[in-house]
Design a protein around this ligand. Structure first.
Ligand code: NDP
Length: 242
């Protein structure tokens, strides 16, 4: 039986690369998106070109039911759920005294609350062999300069969630892991943006990574080969934390 996956925030960037890679590895894949309908449909076309089923669900992770209901809709559409990739995220950077309470609420809603609710909903449906992977950030290991307080805090919360989920779901044969990308060239963090030179210089490899390089690690962690990896934090960061 082919595996099924939900990738939140799969219309662009890292999530789109993960969705396509999982399809190439033989999974039917649902993605969520909020604004980029056309981009989401393009990802579905690529999944189908890889010979798998693709489903695009408009679902705001910050909505009251968003993350959990997306899991249910994906499982219903694909018949079951074997893999959840909590990828959707927002980056709000700025000096700590410039961040409004609304910024705090939005970042925590998408980067933390939604990840908890989606993982909770997925755990209730997954069978032995299930995989939960969340996308954290290299800023949980090393914050290279000012402006990262809210974002780094939000991504650091996923460490506790991942370890606790691993303990709780381990007896059921379900793994939970956290992947920390370094600077990756996407709309969120373009490699020609104003903060790019400092980020590039902060890596050991002296370059931005690609979304495909993150997808490669997600493919491994969600494969049968990674059956003894759980509760782990894995970096794909070009040596940003070295
Ligand atoms: P992008 O901004 O390029 O893409 C974000 C994706 O998430 C889009 O598909 C977007 O869909 C979707 N999305 C945004 N908000 C929501 C929401 N509320 N509900 C559902 N989907 C949403 O980001 P990246 O690809 O760069 O980042 C992906 C993940 O990787 C994030 O968690 C980010 O924090 C993390 N990360 C990124 C790094 C980088 O350097 N790029 C480094 C470390 C971590 P739509 O367009 O339809 O709104």
């Amino acid at each position: 039986m082919s595996r099924t996956a939900l990738v939140t925030g799969g219309s662009r960037g890292i999530g789109a690369a993960i969705a396509l890679r999982l399809a190439q590895e033989g999974a039917d894949v649902a993605i969520t998106y909020v604004r980029s309908e056309e981009a989401a449909q393009e990802v579905v076309r690529k999944i189908e070109a890889a010979g798998r089923r693709g489903v695009a669900l408009r679902s705001d992770a910050a909505g009251s039911e968003g993350a959990a209901s997306a899991v249910g809709r994906a499982a219903d559409a694909l018949g079951r759920l074997d893999i959840l990739v909590n990828n959707a995220g927002v980056g709000v950077l700025g000096p700590v005294d410039s961040l409004a309470t609304a910024d705090v609420d939005r970042v925590l809603a998408v980067n933390v609350r939604a990840v908890f609710l989606a993982s909770q909903a997925a755990a209730a449906r997954m069978e032995r062999g299930g995989r939960i992977v969340s996308i954290g950030s290299c800023m949980t290991k090393y914050v290279p300069g000012p402006g990262g307080s809210l974002y780094a805090m939000s991504k650091s919360a996923l460490t506790g969630l991942t370890k606790a989920l691993a303990r709780e779901l381990g007896p059921r044969g379900i793994t939970a892991n956290l992947i920390h990308p370094g600077p990756i060239d996407t709309d969120m963090n373009p490699s020609d943006g104003p903060y790019a030179p400092a980020q590039k210089a902060g890596t050991a490899l002296d370059r931005f990574g690609t979304a495909e390089e993150v997808a490669s690690l997600v493919a491994y962690v969600t494969s049968d080969e990674a059956s003894y990896i759980t509760g782990a934090e894995l970096a794909v960061d070009g040596g940003h934390a070295a």
